[in-house]
Ligand binder design. Structure first.
Ligand code: A2P
Length: 265
């Protein structure tokens, strides 16, 4: 096993790891110092990584899971045992250094959505990360009357990060009151029995999702959608939304839904 190099403080774009939490044997989150020059919009991603053996950094796109106003940065990651980056990144401890590039980008931002009444954040796996940022962003609650987060994972233990996030929202000093009134979490598993089971796409097609939430269905005049998950989820959700008459938005041209791949897989 290679040790993570802890003497990297002089590397360009190096940030100090402040805390690490392991959610199960496949998922972990960590907090790092925030580069003073980093400005981002909640929902965006940055390139993050570790120095490589040949001096060239190994970087991957990571959604920032903390909101824009937070003094620290939070990230949520999968652990891939033979992954070039996450096989090493999963062993970071407080005091270590990671590289965080300061050019944020991405389409899962409120600016890319037209005004609406309800916002749905549809995720699978680590795709919940950008929504962890947006759910602690006051503008989300200023713009929408109802904020629904769905997360689908294979197993129950993979839902723990989203569950913890949802549990913490009512106590959040900035969004707590609004979140208590407006936020709804809808979590499902596909390969282990749990309270709610099934792919979100199936639950939409059968209408079970709408029945569970007492909503009549998707309506492009009311609903705004943000999607972040596996390629399969993104494509299937796009098709469902296109069929319902929704148009895709971008930074340059806001629309009724936005999509981004959950990067680290
Ligand atoms: P399933 O177990 O039926 O494949 P993964 O771990 O492969 O990234 O998947 C994460 C979750 O996303 C799983 O619960 C998986 O369900 C679900 N999923 C995968 N592909 C799709 C898709 N095309 N549409 C909806 N959900 C999907």
């Amino acid at each position: 096993m290679t040790q993570v190099d802890t003497s990297l403080h002089s590397i360009p774009d190096g940030q100090t790891v402040l805390s690490v939490r392991h959610w199960d044997d496949r998922l972990f989150s960590f907090r790092v110092t925030r580069p003073s020059s980093l400005r981002f919009r909640s929902g965006e991603f940055v390139m993050l990584g570790l120095p490589g053996n040949n001096g060239k950094p190994i970087l991957r796109a990571y959604s920032i899971a903390s909101p824009f106003w937070d003094e620290e940065l939070e990230f949520y990651s999968i652990k891939v045992q033979d992954g070039p980056l996450t096989s090493r990144l999963q062993r970071i401890t407080p005091g270590d250094t990671v590289i965080v590039k300061t050019k944020p980008t991405g389409t899962l931002v409120l600016d890319a959505l037209l005004p609406g009444r309800r916002v749905w954040m549809i995720s699978t796996g680590t795709g919940v990360a950008p929504f962890a940022s947006l759910l602690r962003e006051p503008e989300t609650y200023e713009k929408f009357d109802k904020v629904i987060l769905t997360q689908t994972c294979r197993h129950k233990s993979e839902l723990a990060y989203g569950e913890d996030l949802a549990r913490s929202l009512p106590d959040d000093p900035l969004v707590g009151d609004e979140a208590t009134r407006k936020f709804v979490r809808y979590a499902t598993t596909t390969r282990e029995p749990s309270e709610r089971m099934g792919r979100i796409t199936t639950l939409i097609e059968t209408g079970e999702l709408f029945g569970d939430l007492s909503v009549s269905g998707f309506d492009p005049t009311v609903d705004r959608m943000m999607i972040c998950g596996s390629m399969g989820l993104n494509l299937d959700m796009k098709k469902i939304l296109d069929d319902h008459g929704f148009s895709e938005g971008a930074n340059s041209k806001p629309g009724e839904y936005v999509v981004e791949r959950a990067f680290v897989d």
